[in-house]
Design a protein around this ligand. Structure first.
Ligand SMILES: Nc1ncnc2c1ncn2[C@@H]1O[C@H](COP(=O)(O)OP(=O)(O)OP(=O)(O)O)[C@@H](O)[C@H]1O
Length: 278
């Protein structure tokens, strides 16, 4: 028998960490004959920062909504850890949803509630309906929420109502709410589409730290190619429901970008010189 050395231990861990999410030939039809997703397959590793880019209507939001089963796939298979997403019954669906945080373009906060109340909503998936309705959170949950809010630079806004916050601050509340779930993965649907460049940079910097520092997998739908180039470990380009690029930012050329964006590529402004800036 071979003795277990620290090195083999590390290696095994790396092997174990390989795949968190796997899509196998996923298709999605809404009404009508044209698929929103047409045979999408890829695998995402733990801690990977993946950006999904593509023109309007390419299927980016549909893809995210299929992954956490906000909508049903028409065909194919999605595996998240040991869960077969499309076959989950109610109890395991809850397990899936607590394991996957969501960040939205329009934040999806309850504006009249405070920052801490909104952030604690991230714990609802772990609670009975009654405890959730009564807003019963443990001391540990409140401490964790406070700590995350502080890490996201909102220590002074903890008791402020969310309708008094800037867009960038609201999105940081959205990130905090996703983090208190202790998710394995966070899906971000256009997280910076409503923000100015300064706030966008702050949000993207936090997202990068969450993926590469905390080991939480991030899949991020983005409209801005430059941002995807600067922040992602990997870019998936989709057009008309099909994956037309899947690789590192460094290999995404202007020609490949035109292929992803098709007829919309003429409207793209990409500063290729800034691809490694962050
Ligand atoms: N609920 C729905 N019912 C019917 N068709 C839909 C629905 N949601 C999306 N679609 C269609 O599916 C296709 C993919 O849409 P989706 O919103 O996933 O694209 P997207 O890449 O996220 O676009 P955008 O960047 O504009 O948000 C589009 O043709 C869209 O019209």
């Amino acid at each position: 028998m071979v003795a277990s050395t620290p090195l083999t231990h590390l290696y095994r861990r790396e092997v174990e960490l390989l795949a968190l999410l796997e899509l196998k030939n996923v298709t999605k039809y809404y009404a009508g004959p044209t698929p929103a997703l047409a045979g999408v397959s890829f695998t995402v590793k733990e801690g990977e920062f993946v950006s999904v880019i593509g023109p309007s209507g390419a299927g980016k939001s549909t893809l995210l909504r299929c992954i956490n089963r906000m909508i049903e796939v028409t065909g194919g298979e999605i595996l998240f850890g040991d869960l077969a997403v499309s076959k989950l019954k109610r109890r395991d669906l809850r397990k899936l949803r607590t394991g996957i945080g969501m960040i939205f373009q329009h934040y999806n906060l309850v504006d009249r509630l405070t920052v801490i109340e909104n952030v604690l909503h991230g714990r609802l998936g772990y609670k009975s309906t009654l405890a959730g309705v009564l807003g019963l959170y443990s001391r540990e949950e409140k401490m964790q929420a406070f700590n995350i809010i502080k890490i996201l630079g909102l220590g002074e806004q903890v008791y402020q109502r969310c309708d008094q916050l800037s867009g960038g601050q609201k999105q940081r509340v959205g990130i905090a709410r996703a983090l208190v779930q202790n998710p394995k993965m966070i899906l971000c649907d256009e997280p910076i589409a409503s923000l100015d460049p300064n706030a966008s940079k702050i949000i993207m910097d936090y997202l990068k730290k969450i993926a590469n520092g905390m080991g939480i997998t991030l899949i991020c739908n983005l409209h801005q190619v430059n941002v995807a180039l600067a922040y992602s470990d990997r870019i998936i380009g989709i057009n008309k429901g099909k994956v037309v690029y899947d690789g590192p930012p460094g290999k995404l050329t202007a020609d490949l970008t035109s292929e992803i964006y098709g007829t919309e590529s003429g409207e793209l402004i990409v500063d290729w010189g800034e691809r490694y800036a962050s």
